[in-house]
Design a protein around this ligand. Structure first.
Ligand code: HEC
Ligand code: HEC
Length: 597
């Protein structure tokens, strides 16, 4: 399963064949030798006093790291005191110290070092949230504000790794020097400008900027992401162990599956104030399927939840035996926790989760089918927690035109009701009240589906199954109503959410004339899940090519009902682009922080 995560030999080859400290002659910046700076005892001059470092008060860190990273009289250690980052960022560095710098660490010490550094050289919530996509492993199209820096730093790993760092200016310089020393390709790929300097002034009349891209990046990053920030000063003063034990309501969405509701009980692990044991019950609103999960969590920096859960022993045969990783952020009021739970060889399968603390009163989470068609009727389920036992039909309110005809059943977590929606009910989002407690926009009244869109618009899958794992791509269809004005793309449009009754297929994308990718790339099922074909050359394909290709994924929704002129509503069609590519043979972007081990 984890094949693609292992380091490939060429990294080591590059290190071995290159003298470790050997980037002297072609040097264009002043010699900044990261390794030597790690050990100041070998340097004649002390560290310049202009930059403050964070004192290291942990003896474990001093013992594990101090042989190369010396401390000064203020307990500031070289490099380590000049940097703050996420738990994953520290994990990556510690791993790199082991793999590239020959550091020997037993797992328990490594965990203690990680925890100390993540807590004391960490990020404030305001700093961590913009880079949440990195640790949540979301495949989003992120763009950094400075194009030059982005071009210099994003070709080998995500910009998320960069923006989750805070460093002194000299430590940003040393980071760049480390790349040049260990990964000499970075010079050619991104860091240096080749060719003669520009002489013509730019359109604004100013002389051309002939700095090397890496020097521009250092200038930008040390301004944008300095070590000392007001956010961190405030958070590190205010930080405390997260008090999150108790019961929480869960509302999640899983692409292809829809809404998932449930509860989680969080207990403290004996003797620890930052480790927890969790028991979770989940129900898929659409299918009624239920699951129980058990998990362990560490909370870093007072708000960063890193956990792992597996299905409870009774249904061990499920496909997620590996478990779901949980990366979440605890809100500073400790009343809500948000993030992503995921699995898959490429972390591509997962659900977005929001948890709310359950107090004395009821919580309304959502519905199985929150889309209420005018003139329709049926049984609907409202999900929640602590829902009142003695609820009556009259306590449930969707607003005008939606009649609660009958209360079918009620438990603390589910209320089933029969609804009649008037033919002339006004279309729009409706707040759902249950015994005075609201779920804003808990339902939407609509007359017809006007448009469907496939999400994501550009998908990617990776061949696998022979030597590498497959990367799947889940698609879903989101339906829209054009709102009271009947016009597309206006503010009153109503998002109706995912639609299940669609037909999925794959069509040729005419990138290359006469190609026949659809025969080779893989298949899509009727839940919108694309499964790529096997990796490696295919003898049946012209030129023995891999099963790679570009295709359209097409969804068709058949509608019932008539239009204004009494004609049957025609089916709706939407498509998305899917690139099916080779496995990732080498991965830089996978630091993991185990929860609660
Ligand atoms: C055997 C010597 C050695 C030990 C022990 C050692 N390091 Fe390092 N460390 C280095 C060298 C050499 C560099 C500079 C080159 C590099 O970045 O890999 C470095 C660089 C670093 C950096 C800067 C990396 C960056 O992202 O720019 C950090 C942070 C760091 N070490 C942390 C640690 C921690 C934490 C420990 C203890 C677990 C540790 N080191 C133990 C040799 C060591
Ligand atoms: C040529 C490819 C390449 C480019 C370009 C590149 N990096 Fe890296 N970067 C790497 C590799 C390889 C690693 C080490 C990854 C590992 O060990 O998993 C790394 C690691 C890092 C780390 C983690 C270091 C640590 O000790 O934790 C940071 C931060 C980073 N890069 C920032 C940058 C920045 C900033 C830029 C632009 C100035 C940049 N990278 C450009 C390849 C690159």
């Amino acid at each position: 399963m984890r094949v693609a995560r292992s380091k490939t030999p060429w990294i080591f080859a590059a290190v071995i064949s290159l003298p470790l400290l050997g980037f002297s002659q072609q040097q264009t910046t002043p010699p900044a030798n990261p390794a030597a700076t790690a050990d100041q005892s070998k340097e004649a001059k002390p560290k310049p006093p202009e930059e403050d470092g964070i004192p290291v008060t942990s003896d474990v860190v001093r013992q594990a790291c101090g042989s190369c990273h010396k401390s000064d009289e203020k307990k500031r250690m070289t490099r380590i005191s000049a940097r703050r980052t996420t738990p994953e960022g520290w994990q990556e560095t510690i791993r790199r110290m082991v793999s590239l710098n020959g550091v020997q660490l037993d797992p328990e010490t490594a965990r203690q070092v990680l925890r100390y550094l993540a807590n004391n050289h960490g990020l404030a919530p305001e700093e961590a949230l913009p880079a949440a996509f990195e640790v949540e492993k979301q495949s989003i199209d992120y763009h950094y504000s400075d194009k030059d820096t982005e071009n210099t730093c994003h070709s080998c790993h995500s910009m998320g790794r960069v923006i989750s760092q805070r460093r002194t200016k000299s430590d940003w310089e040393l980071l760049v020097a480390m790349h040049r020393g260990y990964y000499p390709l970075s010079d050619f790929q991104a860091f240096r400008r080749f060719g003669p300097p520009q002489t013509t002034p730019g359109p604004d009349g100013r002389p051309p900027d002939n700095r090397h891209p890496m020097d521009k990046a250092i200038a930008n990053l040390s301004g944008a992401f300095p070590l000392i920030t007001p956010e961190w000063s405030a958070w590190s003063a205010n930080m405390r162990p997260a008090r999150i034990t108790g019961t929480w309501a869960i509302a999640g969405t899983q692409p292809g599956k829809g809404a998932i509701f449930g509860t989680m009980t969080i207990r403290a692990k004996d003797g620890a104030d930052d480790e927890f044991i969790t028991s979770t019950k989940l129900t898929s609103a659409r299918s009624g399927e239920t699951a129980s999960r058990e998990g362990k969590v560490i909370v870093y920096t007072g708000f960063q939840w890193r956990g792992r859960s597996t299905r409870a022993a009774s249904n061990q045969a499920s496909p997620d035996q590996e478990g779901l990783r949980e990366v979440m952020f605890i809100d500073r009021n400790m009343q809500s926790i948000k993030g992503r739970w995921y699995t898959g060889a490429y972390d591509e399968m997962g659900l977005e989760v929001e948890m709310t603390r359950i107090g004395a009163g009821p919580v309304v989470l959502g519905m199985d089918h929150p889309t209420l068609a005018t003139g329709g009727s049926g049984t609907y389920t409202i999900f929640g927690a602590n829902l009142p036992a003695n609820v009556a039909a009259g306590d449930i309110d969707f607003g005008a035109g939606v009649k609660v005809a009958r209360l079918v059943s009620a438990t603390p977590s589910e209320i089933k009701v029969e609804l009649n929606i008037a033919g002339d009910a006004k279309i729009g989002y409706r707040d759902l009240f249950v015994s005075g407690v609201v779920k804003e926009r808990g339902a939407v009244v609509f007359d017809k589906v006007d448009e469907i869109r496939v999400k994501p618009q550009a998908g990617m899958a990776r061949l696998g199954g022979a030597n590498f794992p497959k990367q799947f791509q889940q698609f879903e269809v989101i339906a829209y109503n054009y709102g009271p004005d009947g016009k597309p793309d206006t503010k009153d449009d109503l998002e109706l959410g995912p639609m299940t009754k669609v037909t999925w297929s794959v069509e040729e994308y005419a990138a290359t004339y006469g190609d026949d990718d659809i025969k080779y790339v893989g298949t899509i099922d009727q839940n919108g899940l694309f499964t790529p074909n096997v990796d490696g050359p295919n003898p049946q394909r012209p030129r023995n090519a891999n099963n790679v290709g570009d295709v359209w994924v097409v969804a068709v929704l058949t509608r019932t009902g008539k239009d204004k002129d009494g004609k049957d509503l025609p089916p709706l069609r939407a498509r998305a682009h899917l690139l099916v590519t080779v496995p990732l043979y080498m991965r830089w972007d996978t630091p993991e922080v185990e929860g609660g081990k």
